[in-house]
Design a binder for this molecule. Structure first.
Ligand SMILES: CCCCCC/C=C/CC(=O)SCCNC(=O)CCNC(=O)[C@H](O)C(C)(C)COP(=O)(O)OP(=O)(O)OC[C@H]1O[C@@H](n2cnc3c(N)ncnc32)[C@H](O)[C@@H]1OP(=O)(O)O
Length: 578
């Protein structure tokens, strides 16, 4: 799992070989330990380069090993042995160096990265902390504030930023291993005293207490119930206030509390689940690996209400040309302003230019004639959607994929309104569509594998976690949401306020409470669906009997709000007043 070779006469080249991401499994760690021993004991080897095969340095510890009886050499002593080596060790970073992979690189004396490489201590995203010395070495290398930022968020930095921060010593556009070998030759025989990060003093501001107090407050607010970011701050605090060896002890102690936590297990489950959904299949036997998607360059969005606006922004941010169609004058003018504002705010956050020129607006549905894919996002009304699909079927060029953003309606019925039902799938986004990661790709019995593959690929390109689901009322996402919404309403009937329920959910870790989320999505959509399901019975006498529908407990509170025209943010009133 790690190959050793001598190159350029005096450089020991250790190549991690554990596809697909060179994760540090027990065998890989054993391979590294053996190869390092060999390099250090070979008198012809004057310096060492560690790299990963297939253009990726290392994706970190092997997450599949977590929760199992971990065997093989542990990471911490392995990295210490590399750092303690009296021959210079250079990490050649291509692709990714994440988690334990970056910690391995921080144990090396030098780091050379390819310009396209990404680096990060990503453990926090898996409910952990960088427990192979990462919380102790990174602050010593780049300072406490920058290290806190990286470790508590797990964000990926580019090679350029890593160079600026001082994480890497050289960035190259050429062959990284060749450059690292050259580098290794140039530093052979030089003193390593100033290159062992664990021996550095931790650069620390004078008022450590105030700094950590402030950071802890910020992290508590943004982490919302997550325990790993808090432990990350505590571990970095140990780096700032304790000698290295004691800091390491603290790091291990904190990791032990996280390692078996429910949060870590859930986040790791989520990591693999998000990858598993990419391996979709259909009842016909069509699969992700046998279905070829088509490239989409130009797309259209029909209907610029709450969802349509978000979808248009998400498509434009992906770099696609977008035709945004809204036939109602008032909504059209409002949407144009809102969409531009959304793109400007997004661009400001990312320090990029807003892709305003990617969207052309029209009040005429004929404007979609030459697009590769249409996403219909008109109001949740079957008759209206039927009409739109009939029109699209005649207007669009041959082969255009026709997608619906319906949250519950029958995709197959919509397909039957078109000449080419095989081109029809659902692309169901969640509000706000330019932010939320989940995308349901809904296939009907007539959807072609290519239509599904194309929608799945487009979703991935848009940064979404795309999940292929069958065609049934509410699909999967809204079926999961239903009991959650129901229980929230029952809490109101039992005396809670929307604010109280939302507060508890947000404290638990939800980005938005259920009532705020419903106001954002629009209450009228669910109302329409409930009417379609025969659940809405206006004018019923109050009291317990009115609260049983179709044999189950039912709360009409959402319906009562909608009867008053309170549809959420878009009407200025919903569960809250705006
Ligand atoms: C007491 C114990 C002490 C331990 C102390 C040390 C602790 C260290 C903690 C860590 O290092 S935790 C791991 C940190 N690493 C990460 O967060 C990186 C996770 N991976 C990624 O972000 C991405 O996979 C990638 C590396 C950027 C590659 O992305 P890409 O889109 O190219 O491919 P994917 O589809 O995501 O992955 C391909 C394939 O590889 C599997 N995989 C990825 N990373 C790991 C990993 N670290 N361990 C095991 N398996 C990994 C992934 O599941 C995919 O597999 P599949 O079968 O094809 O689904």
């Amino acid at each position: 799992m790690a190959q050793f070779a001598r190159v350029s006469r005096s450089v020991g080249l250790i190549t991690l070989q554990n596809p697909p991401v060179n994760a540090l499994s027990a065998l890989a760690r054993q391979g590294i330990v053996d190869a390092v021993k060999r390099a250090l004991s070979d008198p012809k080897v004057k310096s060492v380069v560690i790299c990963g095969q297939n253009g990726i340095f290392c994706g970190g510890a092997d997450i599949k090993e977590f929760g199992t009886n971990i065997t093989g050499p542990p990471l911490v002593p392995m990295i210490h042995a590399i750092e303690a080596s009296n021959k210079p060790v250079v990490a050649a970073i291509e692709g990714s160096a994440f988690g334990g992979g970056l910690e391995l690189a921080l144990g090396c004396h030098y780091r050379v990265a390819h310009s396209k490489a990404k680096l990060g201590l990503t453990e926090v995203t898996l409910g952990l902390l960088p427990a192979a010395g990462g919380t102790q070495r990174l602050p010593r290398l780049i300072g406490v504030p920058a290290a806190l930022n990286l470790i508590t968020t797990g964000r990926h930095v580019t090679a350029a930023e890593a160079l600026q921060l001082g994480i890497v010593d050289q960035v190259t556009d050429h062959n990284t291993v060749d450059e690292a070998v050259k580098f290794a030759l140039s530093v052979a025989g030089k003193s390593l005293d100033a290159r062992r990060i664990s021996t550095y003093p931790c650069p620390c501001p004078s008022d450590v207490d105030a700094l950590f107090e402030e950071v802890m407050q910020k992290v508590r607010q943004s982490a919302r119930g997550a325990i790993a970011p808090i432990a990350c701050v505590q571990a970095v605090r140990a780096a700032a206030t304790l000698p290295y060896s004691q800091g390491m002890e603290r790091e291990q102690e904190l990791m032990a509390t996280l390692f078996t936590s429910g949060q870590a297990r859930a986040l790791q489950y989520c990591f693999f689940a998000q990858r598993a959904v990419g391996r979709w299949s259909m009842p016909s036997g069509a699969r992700w690996d046998t279905s070829k998607p088509r490239s989409i360059h130009k797309a259209a969005v029909i209907g610029l209400g709450t969802m349509g606006r978000g979808i248009a922004v998400a498509l434009a941010q992906t770099g696609l040309s977008v035709v945004a169609v809204e036939t109602q004058e008032k909504q059209f003018m409002e949407a144009k302003k809102m969409v531009s504002g959304m793109m400007e705010r997004g661009a400001k956050r990312h320090g990029t230019a807003p892709p305003l020129d990617k969207i052309t607006y029209s009040q005429n549905i004929q404007a979609v004639a030459d697009v590769d894919l249409v996403i219909e996002a008109v109001f949740e009304d079957m008759a209206l959607k039927e009409k739109v699909f009939q029109q699209l079927s005649t207007i669009c060029k041959q082969g255009t994929f026709l997608c619906t953003n319906t949250s519950a309606l029958d995709v197959d019925h919509l397909a039957s309104q078109t000449r080419n039902p095989e081109l029809v799938v659902g692309m169901h986004f969640f509000a706000p569509a330019h932010v939320m990661k989940l995308l349901e790709v809904v296939y009907g019995p007539r959807s072609s594998p290519q239509a599904v593959a194309t929608a799945m690929q487009l979703g991935k390109k848009m940064g979404k976690v795309s999940v292929a689901v069958g065609n049934c009322r509410g699909f999967v996402g809204n079926r999961m949401l239903k009991p959650y919404l129901e229980q929230a309403l029952f809490l109101l009937e039992e005396g809670a306020t929307p604010e109280l329920v939302d507060g508890a959910l947000e404290e638990f870790g939800f980005a938005l409470g259920v009532f705020k989320m419903s106001d954002l999505s629009g209450l009228d959509v669910g109302w329409k669906v409930r009417k379609g399901d025969g659940l809405v019975e206006p004018g019923l006498a109050s009291g317990p009997s009115a609260r049983i529908r179709q044999g189950r407990r039912y709360s009409p509170l959402g319906d009562l709000l909608c009867e008053q025209g309170r549809f959420g943010q878009k009407t200025g009133q919903g569960w809250y007043r705006y």
